[in-house]
Design a binder for this molecule. Sequence first.
Ligand code: CMP
Length: 143
Amino acid sequence: MEKTFLMVKPDGVQRQLIGQIVSRFEQKGLKLIGAKLMKISEELAQQHYGEHKEKPFFNELVQFITSGPVFAMVWEGENAIEIARQMMGKTNPKDALSGTIRGDFGLTVGKNVIHGSDSPESAEREIQLFFKAEELVEYDREI
Ligand code: CMP
């Protein structure tokens, strides 16, 4: 079954949106198999956002993601990566449709509430970066 890495960013945690965001993925039918509230170190931030290293906003990105706690999660389900991306909406909240998380809760591209893996390769990489194997819980669930 496909797994994806999702993370409520510091702005979402500060604004107490964790519950509403988790609720959306639960209602959709995805299965939560790992979650933790944590502060990201500078080193982890640089690894996580390594592909953006040359971008002009890289330092701002690292500074923001390390500025306060994030809520890191792993969700599982058929087509979990694509489904979660549709539910998050476009990266820039100004382009994200109403009904999506960024469309409903976000205002600017930097503080866009949530991060989600964009491909199977990044999902695998990001899950390994943030979670130890024993932190992921496999269980049966009736839908
Ligand atoms: P995320 O899905 O976490 O992946 C990379 C992040 O870079 C993206 O969400 C945005 O929050 C952020 N980002 C993209 N473009 C800009 C920008 N122009 N200025 C600041 N942050 C940006």
